[in-house]
Ligand binder design. Sequence first.
Ligand code: HEM
Ligand code: HEM
Length: 185
Amino acid sequence: MTDKKRFRPLWVSLHWLMALLVFVTFGIGLLSLAYKPNSDAKIIPLAVHMALGLVILLIVFARYLLRILIYQPPRRAALAPALTAKRVLFLDQLTPYVHPLLYLMTGLMALFGIAIALPADLFPTVFAYSGAPLPADFYIYPARAWHGTLSLVLLLLIVQHVLVAVFHQFIKGENYLGRMWFTKN
Ligand code: HEM
Ligand code: HEM
């Protein structure tokens, strides 16, 4: 095992932790924040959403640095015929663009979240219980519309990502998920 391959488990663990946190943070955003009035009842879900969002930002940054500076997974063509080297589906042809966009959009989501929180003074309100009321509507901050719109873009990217994984793993019967697991390849 070369020195750099030691980092693979970290790269894999951070992928799944990031995926889990993105699903939870997204769910809280849609179910407990987006269509609810800005009352005090929103402070706890907002605190959890913001804290998880900040952790996601750190993970995306750490994973990106790890990916470009230290650990590069083996190229897909090198694994043929274990994995279809030719991308047969249009959806799969998008993968080389979708992977970097997943990093970018996830990071941007968190940054736009911070760009809502700062002018709205949310950090003292939700983390230090300063007692200040929430603004009547977050849409007075331009970053709110961006945060909502990019969440749809991120959702589409995740749908492509998951469909491609399901296609390779279950329809083509390849060990695609093994590419993001603790095995050697
Ligand atoms: C929901 C948030 C998710 C994000 C942000 C995300 C992000 C990424 C990124 C950026 C890559 C590119 C490789 C890298 O640079 O690390 C990747 C690879 C991969 N992801 Fe995800 N992922 C998510 C969820 C999932 C889910 C739910 C699955 C399983 C169904 C999955 C399965 C994979 C696999 C198998 C690879 C390796 C693909 C290859 O090497 O061609 N991911 N993911
Ligand atoms: C990658 C991380 C994040 C994801 C996936 C995410 C996702 C979401 C989603 C899906 C919504 C509802 C959007 C809508 O339907 O229009 C939302 C709302 C919101 N998010 Fe995030 N978010 C993230 C990070 C953050 C961060 C780091 C903060 C603040 C520090 C934040 C603050 C907010 C606020 C203030 C709202 C508006 C709630 C409202 O209008 O009542 N988010 N987020």
